[in-house]
Write a protein that binds this ligand. Sequence first.
Ligand code: TXA
Ligand code: MG
Length: 373
Amino acid sequence: MSIHTKILPVDKNSVSFKGEKPVFSDEATEKSLRLAANVVRSAGQVVAFPTETVYGLGGSALDDDSVKAIYNAKNRPADNPLIVHVSSVDQLQRLILTRLHKVPSIYEKLLAKFWPGPLTILVPIEEGSPISALVTTGQKTVGVRMPDHPIARALIALSDTPLAAPSANASTRPSPTLASHVMFDLKGKIPYILDGGACLVGVESTVVDGLSSPPMLLRPGGVSAEDIRKFGGDEWGNLVIAKKTAGKLEPVKTPGMKYKHYSPTAKVILFVNCGNGIDAITNYTKGLEGKFALLKSSRFACAEEMGILGAIERSLGNSATEMAHSLFRELRDVDEMGVDYILVEGVDETGDGLAVMNRLSKAASEVVNGNQS
Ligand code: TXA
Ligand code: MG
């Protein structure tokens, strides 16, 4: 059954906070947020909303039907746990940990430094926890973060409801960084999208597990591994980075992948250690028919020099931070223009480059490594 999907425009600059209470200087924004807050408070209801990382699809983490509605709208496999979003540490304590637990002390310095912001921590939950078991898919931990986006925080604060919210894309598609991306994927499947403009960070939050020893980085994201080691305190100096799914960067070309993620319809080919890209791309495209897009960072030459005349050429930016911001948008954009191949320049896996390369290596069906050819 298809439902009407309505866009609710909101202005993030019109929201400020008095302590933890949102204050609005724009009536329309306040009205949209109050409506959305009522929706997410209701059982079985969801709303898409902007965060500083990507748009999320939120519903009450305390209600099974809301969580089911999230999985259904996205067509997400039910064994992948969701992140719960809070607007304050007080809310985390009151509504998630309850009287059963305190926030584990290992996170103290990280939260002081990076909350609100793109960092998700795993905290313990046990029987008696009010969090829906569908959120955690039966795990003994739940991932929690406090988003920095004023619209996201205001929505959670007004509803006083911890929101389970995965990225608001259809499963397997690139994450949405604009309301129009959410509309493209979820039109007819959800009632409301709060449109707060473009997301600043552009890739999802960093997920860390401080409950295991040594602590683990489960997903690279908006906070770099270097910064977690630097600011987290002594224990975080030993941070281990969880291995990428299939070691995709190892072979020269890795056809196929274990599972699809962040994938446009076009075929994505990731080029690493290929210098200005001229040799690698000339070789790769020799004899290939079809329409090409070239997504460049700081080293690649122009399409003409690579012999792919007529290719759509886009810059992802000159730093990994800029690439993170534009990556999903450009993948979606050139895909909608109907290209057959998207050729992408990789970056070093340092700083924000780790998150960028994690997303790119999952989006790509082939990796060309110039060091191994
Ligand atoms: O930036 C973000 O984190 C965005 C915005 C909307 O906040 N949300 C997001 O959610 O990316 P999602 O569901 O697309 O990704 C959640 C990630 C998955 O990789 C999941 O496996 C992991 O977090 N995760 C969640 N809970 C977990 C848990 N208890 N244990 C291990 N991994 C967990
Ligand atoms: Mg996602």
